[in-house]
Design a protein around this ligand. Structure first.
Ligand SMILES: [Zn+2]
Ligand SMILES: [Zn+2]
Length: 437
């Protein structure tokens, strides 16, 4: 008698679990849509950050949900198996790390036949094969880097080469910068072709490198931003006046306010007659003692749901408006959220009780922790009823694997399943579960 009631309890656990897996598929569908339509883009850095904030998942689990939701959109068979409660989320999550439309069916069979642990082991073995192939491909590409420079019969010098992607990116950026110098935008009519411009830009790059010596400089210097801003603009973005970076690029007054807010960069304020009246909001740099206290107090970005460890000190009331560089007027914000507050209309204020209140551009409050969603008193029954209405038949056997206790041979399984398999596909055993001995 005792055993029978325990069996029944076990069946109920299996049945409800399958319902939850099916509901998870529905949840992933909704996350996919929310992600694609940018519903999270209300101050959050990603869909995962929003999920973590709104639903209370830890960030790692939230990232996995979003990743799995995106990948499943390309893997209909795995998605349907989850939606029917036949495959657990744990198995699907593991399989989506390696599955492609080409290998999906084979991996679905793995998921149906084996336990979650088997699936995990096969996926791990699969990834070892993938990584090895990838490493070989990377090494092959790297070895193929080359730059040939030779003189043609007519005296022209021919340049032909293959560069590593990151090196190529630097070159493309440098060429674009040089092109902008050689051919400023407002040059009239008969401009040379792009290819001709590139050739001239490369010449300028070479001259510049030889002239200044080949020294990329310290990273801090390379990326230091110098802002020239009219004193009036710094205090009031609507005031007329200039606001430009050192290289002449115009930026919005809001942007230069952000760049000046935590001024570990040089700000040159200009008087109406263009005289530089103040070099160095450097003097506005938050003193080390206050910065240490700020990091100690805030620990990370204070924007709801963010918490990124490294940040900038934001003056809640800008120093250009007389806001003091004191702890009570400062809040730590990450780069993303510092921009949100200065340039995207998000508001932050310190209430009289000392708490920070963040608001969306539409004025709606962004609570630190959102209130939990309301749940019906009998969520399991609601789930069953919904699945029944959808025509899903789920019972205690729905998610039972085909495995009967045989030993799993991972090496053999990878050999017959992986696209780079050592054995021909024709050797793939016909009946499912045959990578067991
Ligand atoms: Zn700021
Ligand atoms: Zn942040």
């Amino acid at each position: 008698m005792e055993q029978r009631s325990l069996d029944r309890l076990g069946d109920e656990i299996a049945e409800l679990s399958a319902h939850i897996e099916a509901a998870t598929a529905h949840l992933l569908d909704m996350i996919l849509e929310f992600d694609a339509r940018g519903g999270w883009n209300t101050g959050f850095r990603s869909c995962a950050a929003w999920l973590s904030w709104r639903v209370g998942l830890d960030l790692g689990a939230a990232r996995e949900r979003v990743r799995v939701a995106r990948v499943l959109a390309t893997l209909p068979s795995l998605a349907q198996a989850l939606a029917r409660g036949e495959l657990s989320y744990a198995k699907v999550r593991a399989l989506t790390r390696v599955a492609t439309p080409e290998t999906e069916e084979r991996l679905l069979a793995v998921g149906r036949a084996g336990t979650a642990e088997h699936v995990e082991r096969i996926v791990r073995g699969w990834r070892r094969v993938d990584r090895k192939a990838e490493a070989q491909e990377t090494a092959r590409r790297h070895a193929s880097r080359a730059l040939h420079v030779y003189q043609d019969e007519d005296g022209m010098v021919v340049v032909r080469g293959r560069l590593a992607p990151e090196v190529g990116a630097v070159l493309v950026q440098a060429l674009a910068a040089a092109r902008a110098v050689v051919y400023p935008k407002n040059v009239p009519a008969e401009t040379p072709t792009l290819a001709q411009q590139q050739a001239d830009a490369l010449g300028l790059l070479a001259e510049t490198a030889l002239h200044y010596g080949i020294d990329p400089g310290a990273p801090g210097e390379r990326y230091q931003v110098v802002v020239h801003i009219d004193a009036a603009v710094l205090a009031d973005p609507d005031a007329p006046g200039q606001s430009i970076l050192e290289d002449g690029v115009h930026v919005s007054a809001e942007t230069s306010q952000r760049l000046a807010c935590d001024a570990s960069r040089v700000v040159m304020r200009h008087a109406p007659d263009d005289r530089v009246v103040e070099v160095g909001a450097r003097t506005r740099t938050i003193p080390p003692a206050i910065r240490r206290a700020l990091h100690h107090r805030d620990r990370g970005c204070r924007f709801p749901g963010c918490g990124v460890r490294f940040g900038q000190g934001h003056h809640i009331r800008h120093w250009a408006h007389g806001g003091p560089t004191t702890l009570s007027n400062l809040a730590l914000l990450c780069r993303r959220h510092h921009r949100a507050v200065h340039e995207e209309g998000y508001q932050v204020a310190r209430e009289s009780d000392g708490d920070l209140h963040f608001r969306r551009p539409d004025g709606q409050l962004l609570p630190e922790v959102p209130p939990p969603a309301t749940v019906p008193a009998d969520p399991a029954d609601v789930l069953r009823a919904r699945h029944e209405a959808q025509g899903l038949s789920i019972d205690a056997r729905t998610s039972t694997p085909g495995w009967l206790g045989e030993r799993l041979d991972v090496g053999w399984a990878i050999d017959v399943l992986h696209p780079l398999a050592a054995r021909p596909r024709s050797e793939l055993p016909a009946h499912r579960g045959s990578f067991y001995e």
